[in-house]
Unconditional design. Structure first.
Lengths: 244, 244
DNA sequence: GCGTAGGGATTGTTGAACAATCCTGCAAGA
DNA sequence: TCTTGCAGGATTGTTCAACAATCCCTACGC
């Protein structure tokens, strides 16, 4: 085994070990809560009682509070001092804010692909390919929340092309917050359907290495998506509660 | 008092109240630790002992651990399971990552100023003006760490022009991490001095509403700054320990 | 109707305790 | 000399019970 080969092997083993024992009761509890929130079981505005959840999750109050902190920094919970933790209620201003950041980050990632030193290997696009097919299958089965999930993963993988740990983390937060918004919208089909095909189109542009065109396309794509969510919001007659 | 005036006043009062009782022992402890880290008292690689800090900060272990969590999600501490919390040691890869994000965010903010609906009021640039003068005064007094602090505030205020809460939060994190890097560099003067004048130049372009030129200038500015830090890094012969 | 005090519930914080894990040093063996 | 195995102590992970501080709601007085 070559020396560099041995170093690479050591790194992969270290990564495996880190993945195995990353358990920790707090993170497990956070996983359960995260799913409950993103799947809509805990709607925006809901309060999470400490004593209640300690019984359900079978962890101590301190551990539960650590789980709360984790989710707070993902944007999925907000703390109100001496009043408790709540699922945040996002408003129009948050939609605008989130989409501004999405546009900045995602478009920059795509545009940055053109000047890469080692050209982007086709294999890097495979996860996005899978996401597109999952979305199409879910759409045929009328499972629109699953379409939304696949769409999220598509964009997360898109950001992943930049090989930036911090961009990945930021995007994880942004998309998690976006999910909170989806649950106040009544018509998931109208919301998600148009983007199944647009994701495929975007992917094809990337495969053809037409990065600038893909970036322009994605920019308009995100503008349209933002407009759709804002329109759905105004239809529901929801005012922005983001200053409470 | 006009109605909108009254609303604005209510908001400022609410902000003051929120700042006052944002106490919470955990956050107070986190504040102290944050300062110790960003000012270099706790150098990268240092371990923070729980029992030791409970005595110094006069908080319980549980509260201290909450403070650790807070700082962990700001990137100022890292947890190693069953081994403790450490001040992270950043490497060249982190420099590249951080600067990529800075360029994307800051340049976009400046470029976005051109199409604003209500044109940017001159008063919004005042905080940056103050930062520039503070930096110049500190430089005359040979207080280079203070120059670095003022420079950070300048860029934080620059991002603030976008009125995006999430951009503000992200930038806070990015700049805090950047500070970790500064402490491994021996020559703070060479590091910070060139950018005092460039900040002033940038500000003048903004005051003249030459936003596109300012954006181009800022882009090059950040490229130069990144190159300077990377050069200082390689001089020290530091290899990137970011995979440990 | 409106401001105000009390009571109950919830959160904030503490200290102690125990289990699990890591680090250190030392001895045994090749 | 170098590696291996094993105790011992130290540190972290987690839980529990208790008390203090704060908030929300209701009833009271004006």
């Amino acid at each position: 085994m070559t020396e560099t080969g041995r170093q690479a092997w050591l790194r992969t083993v270290a990564a495996d070990v880190a993945r195995l024992d990353r358990s920790s009761s707090a993170e497990r509890a956070a996983d359960i809560l995260r799913r409950s929130i993103t799947e809509g079981a805990l709607p925006p505005g809901a309060q999470l009682s400490e004593v209640e959840l300690t019984e359900v999750l079978e962890v101590s109050r301190n551990t539960l509070r650590e789980a709360f902190r984790l989710l707070t920094h993902e944007g999925l919970l907000v703390y109100k001092l001496h009043r408790g933790v709540f699922v945040p209620e996002l408003g129009e201003q948050d939609v605008i804010d989130l989409y501004r950041l999405r546009r900045v980050l995602e478009v920059d990632v795509v545009r940055g692909l053109s000047g890469r030193d080692p050209e982007l290997p086709a294999r890097r696009l495979e996860p996005m390919h899978d996401d597109v097919e999952v979305a199409e299958a879910a759409a045929r089965a009328d499972r629109w929340p699953a379409v939304g999930t696949a769409n999220m993963r598509f964009h997360q993988h898109l950001i992943g092309l930049a090989d930036s740990a911090r961009m990945d983390a930021m995007t994880g937060r942004l998309l998690a917050e976006l999910r909170l918004l989806f649950h106040v919208i009544a018509a998931p089909r109208e919301l998600h359907e148009p983007y199944i095909e647009r994701n495929r189109g975007l992917l094809e542009l990337l495969e053809a290495r037409k990065y600038d065109q893909a970036a322009d396309d994605l920019h308009q794509y995100l503008l349209d998506s933002e407009r759709g969510i804002l329109a759905a919001f105004r239809d529901k007659g929801l005012q922005t509660p983001s200053d409470t």
